[in-house]
Design a protein around this ligand. Structure first.
Ligand SMILES: [Zn+2]
Length: 382
């Protein structure tokens, strides 16, 4: 057993590779255009061990806290073969539970795998014509389109099918979900990630400024605050963003953190006495968008919901008005919400509230409330 100073002076190959993965994870996780809160995951395969991000951890904090779970790769593959739930199998062994996407990471043959919820990729991956749109943009890369599948074994099986006849595949565009890139080492994988990002980059639309007078009417109620990120107002002031969001749920994290139906209200509701509905006890959404006026945040919005809201605004600002979109259907949304079928429905504690189980409970309650009651606010009569 080496002491800390020896480790620092003479790190083993494994230590160097894990350090590279942590470094990469922190860098990628700190980019809100790639990762929002606890979504996204990274892994490396070293000498028969799959080191994968733990469920619920934030990649951005990879340098501050341990978040890699070591799993026997052969055992994970056997679990996939028998259809056993990998996360629960390992939950007993260690405090950290492996990511819900462990099966996907295990089945990909490359040593390093990076999965992110890139807003540029998602803006393409929600389009019905995504495969056609991506063909020219990704030409020359070994990429595959993976139609939407629930996170976990279902998604891994779709990917396994797709790469079976094309083992050189190292870029996967996941419909209504995000991006996966692979490489033989961290440097190669990150370089490929940057290349895909460069090719799929979309300039966000400019959007009208918020109407501070109308929003101030909401701010009278202590529950609501002006957002500190200006781009969030686009969800209220940008007509295309509103139209996009009225269509439904574009990807799982949207439903999980922000509700099934967008809490969008006309200014008349804010001005009239109906404003009280925004202040109702027992279930207010994490945010409210006022048509043509902007967005206000619930003071109790969690940092995870806030990060996902910022991501959502960036996706809609990159969605072309003429694009025909594929929304998740009712069964898919129900599956995501009921089973926690996606990687982002993992226990998340906010930065300020780390290690508090009570706060985790509060977060879960808020998610439930936002999913169940957003429609009341959004669709209530003016
Ligand atoms: Zn994901």
């Amino acid at each position: 057993m080496k002491n800390a100073s020896q480790t620092k002076l003479f790190p083993t190959r494994q230590e160097r590779e894990l350090a590279s993965l942590r470094d990469l994870s922190a860098r990628v996780g700190s980019d809100p255009l790639l990762v929002q809160a606890s979504n996204g995951n990274t892994s490396i395969k070293l000498d028969g061990i799959l080191w994968i991000k733990a469920s619920g951890k934030w990649l951005a904090r990879a340098m501050q806290e341990e978040m890699l779970v070591p799993l026997e790769l052969a055992e994970v593959k056997e679990s996939i073969r028998t259809g056993a739930e990998i996360a629960s199998r390992y939950a007993q062994r260690d405090e950290l539970k492996p990511s819900i996407e462990t099966a996907m990471h295990a089945l990909l043959r490359h040593r390093v795998v990076i999965h992110v919820h890139s807003v540029n990729t998602i803006a393409w991956a929600i389009r019905l014509d995504a495969p056609e749109q991506l063909k020219d943009r990704l030409t020359g890369l070994h990429w595959q389109w993976i139609p939407y599948a629930a996170s976990g074994i279902s998604l891994a099986q779709e990917i396994e099918k797709a790469v079976a006849s094309a083992p050189e595949t190292d870029v996967l565009i996941l419909g209504n979900h995000g991006l996966v890139v692979c490489g033989q080492d961290c440097h190669t994988a990150e370089k490929l990630l940057r290349e895909v990002e460069r090719r799929l980059a979309i300039v966000p639309r400019r959007f009208p400024k918020p109407d501070a007078t109308v929003l101030a009417l909401i701010a009278r109620f202590s529950k609501w605050q002006f957002p500190d990120v200006g781009s969030l107002h686009a969800l209220g002031t940008d007509a295309v963003s509103r139209k996009v969001l009225k269509g439904g749920v574009l990807y799982p994290c949207q439903a999980i953190f922000l509700g099934q139906i967008m809490p969008l209200v006309p200014p008349a509701v804010v001005i009239s006495k109906s404003t009280e509905s925004l202040n109702d006890k027992g279930g207010t959404p994490p945010f409210v968008a006022v048509e043509r006026s902007g967005v206000m945040l619930n003071e109790k919005i969690t940092s995870a919901a806030r990060a996902n809201l910022i991501g959502l605004a960036q996706v809609t600002l990159r969605t072309d008005e003429s694009a025909r979109l594929r929304y998740l259907n009712e069964a898919e949304v129900a599956d995501v919400l009921s089973k926690g079928a996606h990687g982002c429905k993992e226990p998340v504690v906010t930065e300020e509230k780390a290690n508090s189980s009570a706060d985790t409970k509060e977060l879960d309650e808020e998610r439930t409330a936002s999913a169940a009651t957003a429609s009341t606010v959004a669709l209530g009569p003016a």
